[in-house]
Design a protein around this ligand. Sequence first.
Ligand code: 3PY
Ligand code: MG
Length: 383
Amino acid sequence: MRNILKEKLARGEKPLGTFVGTGSAAVVECLGCAGLDFVILDNEHSPIEAETTARLVCAAERRNITPLARVREISRPAILKLLDVGVQGIIIPDVHSAAEVKRVVDYAKYAPVGQRGFCPSRKDGWGTDTPAGVLETMAHFNGETLVIPQCETTEALADIENIAAMEGVDGIFIGPFDLSISMGLPGAFEELRFKEALTRIQQACRQAGKPCLIFAGDGAAAGARLAQGFDGVAIENFRVPGEAIDAAMAEVDPDTLEALKHAAAQIRDFHERQKQQSWFFAREDGAIVGSKVTPLESVGIYVPGGRALYPSTVLMNALPAQVAGVERIVCVTPPTKDGTLDAAILAACKIAGVTEIYTVGGAQAVAALAYGTETIRPVAKIT
Ligand code: 3PY
Ligand code: MG
């Protein structure tokens, strides 16, 4: 099987992916439908083991999203099991030295690059995909399997030039949390020393002609990392942080902002007049009868993206819900090509009082609103 992610990285396409720490094949399929390029099946920070990984790899293959796995540890069985069930690359956490990475390459690549153990397995259709023979199978998987050590310790940072340049290493993935902790700067991603470390890793990768990927907490952070020249990003959370919504208000040009505010006032005024009132009356026999109008507990708004941007959809759907008294208004909308959201859409959300926004689009975003996911609670109505 061709490794599409490897091809995208080689073409400089800046692929986007995410980690998965649940055994749900449907979640992996939805990520593929949503258009993500890769999924990292997390055998380090989640209960997932090789058997679950095998099931999730099949789901990823069904929806053309490249399956990678983060290994639980640097050991021959841990690495072999994941590669033999068909993951197309491995992410290696907690690396401390070039010598350790050489061991990884030995486990993950066949001779002459490494010493990977050979056995027909799921990855090659138990020997039926490559009838030409053992040598061809070894060469094929050496070419297609991505070996990507994480740089997340000061020891790996100190040796990053050697690690990035090593034969059999196909790129570096930065773990900002553990790297910052290891540097004595837990979570201080804006510290100069931390930023210099990232620059050093990027330069080592560039010098070795290999991609440099990084973890990002949300879509806005992912956009910023891509702008800083990283070659790919794994996003943890699709919820747009409050600061990004506030920042969008300053980014939108004043005329657009004024137009959005003007439209919002008119739409609000219209729907205030439309609002139904509860009414009751006491009958002669003492009974109270009437009609009670109760707002829905929650609504979800799908704001289309892709070819055009529709801040008006935010206003036209969020404001009537807000006027009606709906407490939870959620907005889902697809990201632009660079993984970020349009500032006018975020500004419209701010004006309409929508604070729960997710960078997800397509039918799967509607499904997330209808059925709920690990991070998106379902809503009572979708507009
Ligand atoms: C880290 O930030 O340490 C990571 O490993 C992210 O996945
Ligand atoms: Mg880590």
